[in-house]
Each structure stands twice: as structure tokens, then as C-alpha cells.
Design a protein around this ligand. Sequence first.
Ligand SMILES: [Zn+2]
Ligand SMILES: [Zn+2]
Length: 313
Amino acid sequence: MKKLNRSFFNYFLFFVISTFTIASCTKSKDDENNDIYTKETPDLTKLPFGGKGIYKILNRKAGDASPDLLSLWLCGLPADGAGADNAADWTNPDGTWDYTKKPQVEGNVTWVSEFKITLDGNGNRILSGNGLPNHPTGIFPIVQGSTAWNYDKNPNVISPQPLSFTIPAIPTEAESKSCVGFGPAGYSLTGSAIYHGASTLGTDAAAHEMLDRFGGHTDGTERYHYHYPTQDHQDHIHKHTSGHSALMGYMLDGFGIYGPYGEKGELLKSADLDECHGHKHPVMWDGKMVDIYHYHWTYDFPYNIGCYKGTPQ
Ligand SMILES: [Zn+2]
Ligand SMILES: [Zn+2]
């Protein structure tokens, strides 16, 4: 009886293990197929507000000595901050915000963009241009009486902002991470600046300020810049079909920033990334696969950079 039980148990165990193995193989095959044939789409109706709960807006000047996961580490806040701060009409009862309910700055204003990226052969990448985007923008200043204007009276125009700066062609991770200042934290391949996720009021800019369909707007410096990776912004650079997102720009430490899809074509969230909002694995870098740190745009806060992993220029 005892012997019978044992052999039955062995058989049972074999059955369980084989079934499990077959199930795992089947699962991974399905996953691969999913990557190719079905694209994961984001749920933009329940996004966390930056500056609330675990999605922190840290301020080094105010005593926050280091960056943290899911958070933006600011160097400081300007004393004369301005901007929109009423998100009540697209805030859900659970305290998240609904991108699909938030108005946009309408319009189709075209610009003559100049933007050039060159490798000098001495280890440098040189970005130069006039800061204007190579796609249409909404109308700025925001049109008085428009829906967006009811929430955000942004009175600023967009004007050319000549840029010329040199970043390492193959950046390296610094010994310590750096906080992020106001103004450009990087440049999109569209030719315009990428700003971090906070407004000068110290709130979540994408959740409060009125942006156009490319996720951009202007500020007191009259510089057009992005806070959010909208579909239009992504598609304008590269229409994603499968696998890792394409490069969307360079941050000031020289590391690249890619769209929101990871190595297996999965939609990345901030929780998948480190405190600087990036990770390291092989990506396409100047035409070759290189195992290098890089940032990702995500649909959730802090959206782009959390801190500099390299040394900002
Ligand atoms: Zn802004
Ligand atoms: Zn990646």
C-alpha cells in the first residue's frame, strides 16, 4: 500500500511537472506572438498625480538629499512660480487624473525648424538649432475664451531659441546622480526642448497645464517644450509597431530617451524603471546595438527624467 502510494505520487509529480513545463512553454510562445500581433495600449484614464503619495516631487534645495523611485528630483523651485493649478475637472474620485478628459490647446501653427545632430569624431555629439519644432503646435498665447484658456491663461508666445551644445557621444554613468533644473533637460528629435515633469509651482505640469496634441506648450522664456509623450509626438518621430521604442531625443547628460515600449514591446510604467526613470540593456545607438543606460518616456509621472544618471552638460 505504501509502495503503491509512492509510485502514484511519483507519477502524479511527473504529470504536474510536465504539465507545468508545457504550460510555461506555451505561455512564452503566446507572449512572443502577442508582442508581434497585438500592441499594448495605455489606459490614460487613471494616471497618478506627480507630487502625491509615492509619486514625489523632491526638492534638493528644500532638503531632499537624493532621488527616489517614481519621483522627480528637482534642484530647487523658482520663487516666482506661475501656471495653472486647477485639475478638478479631470480628477477621478480615487485621486488619479484622466488624460482623456483634459482639454488641449487647439491649433495648427507651423514653424521653420532648424535642428542638426552631428558626431564630431572626437567623442562628442553636437546639437544645434533654433528650438522650433518640426511639427505644428497649438496656438500660443492660449486663445482667450477657448476651453484651454478657461483653465490656463498662459500668455506666452513661442519664439526661436538658438541652441548649441555638446554632449558625450557615448555617455557614462556618473558616480552620483544629479538633480534636474528648470529649463531644457534634453531635446526631442523634433528640435524642441524636453522639460521635466514639474511646473514652476512645484506641481505635475502634464496634469495641470494646458498642452497641445504633441504634449507641448511655451513658458516665460518663450521656449516651446514637451511635458508629455502624446501619440502624435511619438508617431511624428517614429511609428511604433513592435519591440523596443525608437529613440525620441537626448537628455543633457548625453543619454538617449526612448518611447514608452520596452525590450519585448511591453508598455513601460515608471515602476519598471529606476529612480532616474531609465534602465540599461542593449538598444539601437548610432546604428548599432549597444548595452547602454537610457531613459524612457512613460505615460505616468515623472513622464521623462527623474534625475540625471550621467553628468548633465
Ligand atoms: Zn512647461
Ligand atoms: Zn529600454
